[in-house]
Design a protein around this ligand. Structure first.
Ligand SMILES: C[S@@+](CC[C@H](N)C(=O)[O-])C[C@H]1O[C@@H](n2cnc3c(N)ncnc32)[C@H](O)[C@@H]1O
Length: 244
């Protein structure tokens, strides 16, 4: 069976991490448009739902791992009104788009983005009240290592909130989803994006990702407790929560 190490964007010798960074650099210009278009806008609802799970905890220092073009962090800033959010990502191209948005909205004092790797986060232990990852964990080269380092930088009692695509299990959503994700998404992706491979890597990486209870098992293994797994929209996406 494929593991998260074996499904890579391109068929070359480079490590998954390098290939993922290259791929997101290639698609950064069309990423936001295709994201909302291909998900029919549902991703916006998933993102808000994920962020609202943190409302009661009222986190003041947040880290958004795999922040990409910054949409999740910007929405978290709007909903949670924390003192500071730091976004970290391995793709300089995606961060460039995020920086433009932050500058346009004049939010530089509350949202900062930095180049960095989830598996070796440039922060001290127990720094953040909460860490979020939206549609990022599937791309980690070493999932367990990435989640362990996230656990390291969360304060004791702090939360991790993860959103990721998952595989619907039941007829007819399972079949419809397969068709949409395996046929429609790569076709539209090829039309609009500069990278022909990016939108066929997407269903492949979702297919091999350890979703549902397999993912919460890993969260517990790296040090989180009180784990929660909440499938969204017939299981197309899943929201995971853990407490350190
Ligand atoms: C599908 S995008 C998600 C972006 C954003 N969170 C969102 O919700 O739109 C995945 C992002 O994960 C980043 N990424 C992948 N592996 C990473 C790693 N090891 N460390 C940090 N970022 C990573 C990619 O560069 C990309 O920007």
């Amino acid at each position: 069976m494929a593991t998260s190490e074996t499904v890579k964007p391109y068929n070359d010798q480079a490590a998954k991490k390098e290939q993922v960074a290259d791929m997101f650099n290639n698609i950064s210009g069309t990423y936001d448009f295709l994201n909302h278009f291909l998900s029919l806008g549902i991703d916006i609802i998933w993102r808000r739902k994920a962020i609202r799970t943190l409302k009661a905890a009222n986190p003041q220092y947040l880290l958004d791992v795999a922040t990409g073009t910054g949409d999740f962090a910007l929405e978290a800033l709007r909903i949670l009104k924390p003192k500071k959010i730091i976004g970290v990502d391995i793709s300089a191209g995606m961060l460039e788009v995020a920086r433009e948005k932050i500058a346009r909205r004049n939010l530089g004092d509350r949202l900062e983005v930095v180049l960095g790797d989830s598996e070796n986060l440039p922060f001290a232990d127990n720094t953040f009240d909460a860490v979020t990852v939206a549609f990022g964990v599937r791309n980690f080269e070493n999932l367990e290592k990435g989640l362990a380092d996230i656990c390291r930088v969360v304060k004791p009692g702090g939360k991790v909130v993860v959103l990721e695509f998952s595989k619907p299990r039941h007829f007819p959503v399972k079949q419809l989803y397969r068709f949409y994700f395996n046929r429609v998404t790569p076709f539209i992706g090829k039309l609009f994006s500069k990278d022909r491979r990016a939108y066929s890597y997407l269903p492949e990486s979702v297919e091999q990702f350890p979703d549902g209870s397999r993912f919460t098992d890993i969260l517990r293994h790296v040090g989180f407790s009180h784990t929660v797994c909440r499938p969204q929209t017939f299981g197309i996406c899943t929201l995971y929560i853990g407490t350190k």
